[in-house]
Design a protein around this ligand. Sequence first.
Ligand SMILES: Nc1nc2c(c(=O)[nH]1)N[C@H]1C(S)=C(S)[C@@H](COP(=O)(O)OP(=O)(O)OC[C@H]3O[C@@H](n4cnc5c(N)ncnc54)[C@H](O)[C@@H]3O)O[C@H]1N2
Ligand code: MOO
Length: 409
Amino acid sequence: MNASGDAGRLRSVDEHLAGILGEIPPLPTLDLALLEAEGTILAEPVTAPVALPPFDNSAMDGYAVVAADVAGASADVPVTLSVIGDVAAGDTGMSAIRPGLCTRIMTGAPMPAGADAVVPVEWTDGGTVSVRIGRPAEPGHFIRRAGEDVAAGQVVLQPGVRLRAPQIGMLAAVGRARVNVRPRPRVVVLSTGDELVEPGSSLAPGQIWDSNSYMLTSAVNEAGGDGFRQSALSDAPEKVLESLEDQLVRADAIITTGGVSMGARDVVKEALTGTLTFSKVAMRPGKPQGFGLLRGVPIFTLPGNPVSAYVSFQVFVRPALRAMQGLPARPLESRTVTLTDDVRSPAGLRHYLRGRLSSGPDGVAVTPAEAQGSHQMAALASADALIVIPEEADFVPAGSRVAVLRLPR
Ligand SMILES: Nc1nc2c(c(=O)[nH]1)N[C@H]1C(S)=C(S)[C@@H](COP(=O)(O)OP(=O)(O)OC[C@H]3O[C@@H](n4cnc5c(N)ncnc54)[C@H](O)[C@@H]3O)O[C@H]1N2
Ligand code: MOO
């Protein structure tokens, strides 16, 4: 045992993450109806079967005219044309005009054959039998040309894009009712501990409200998964195993918190030793970690301290959820900024400090929170970045450039 009480070598963060990612294939793709696909990752290139718009149409409510007819129109000397009918968006019959004639036309309606400009109604007297037009219109004026949005056969969405509202709209616009995607991973979140009670109920002595399961369910959703929160489990190893097995049918992954350290009642470790691998990872917070497959389903057993659980999620679980979605298993977005205060850090551990970013005349800076305990949720809740102090550093002076991970906003 070494001076800090750790038996054996610590696993590096990178080694632990690589071990996890090595066991996580992307989820199989699914064909989903458009609105079910919201938030999933596109797994096919999507092409337009026809041009968009599919036909030349009017950009304005007004009159479809022959531009040459109105070339000389002015407020003082308006041009009068005969109105031979109306064309509305959705009209399927063909219409046509010739010089001297026009049709009323609505926004989105197909251009009549022979017309080469649209005069908006505001430039006219609004007549329905004949119309007086007080301004000229160039050929092509207020016509939306076929194909000027998308050409027939054009790829409009590439695989790997997350389907948000504009992409769902694009799919519908090219006529797709269903789409092939990598689904959102379904992730069951369970906390363990006899001390935990539901928020909303009162606390007896020695009890605390279960915050981890809420926080991590929300983090799963933020990372593109579907989180399913379970009520906290009591500290009984047989209950833990039974509950996990019950969840396997509906879970692409399971996250537990608590019960993985050195205590006399570290039930998760007790229930799963032999199935999962429990490691001490060279990081703070988040040293005690467990990971493995239970009947093929990845199980992450994160430490119970809330900040440790959160940091562990961002460092290990988020990349795994991305891999399941077929995305590069990137960590949170990283940038280099200036540290405002001196920082001490345990040598040999990668330290993730909670910090707040600010912009000044010298660029972006980060200030570490004063409260860096792994139970201190208030500092996490007001942080917008994790400051990453590398393993080899034990002191980083104010003014140094440091890497930060942006927390999801
Ligand atoms: N002798 C040692 N003790 C501890 C060590 C160690 O190496 N040797 N490691 C410490 C570190 S680091 C961590 S992190 C924790 C991890 O402990 P567990 O994963 O076993 O978690 P618990 O003991 O169940 O809980 C720790 C702490 O977190 C609170 N907690 C747990 N679950 C929740 C929840 N869902 N919501 C809110 N708070 C929760 C719990 O009440 C404890 O205070 O072990 C250290 N000890
Ligand atoms: O590593 Mo524990 O996760 O510091 O609190």
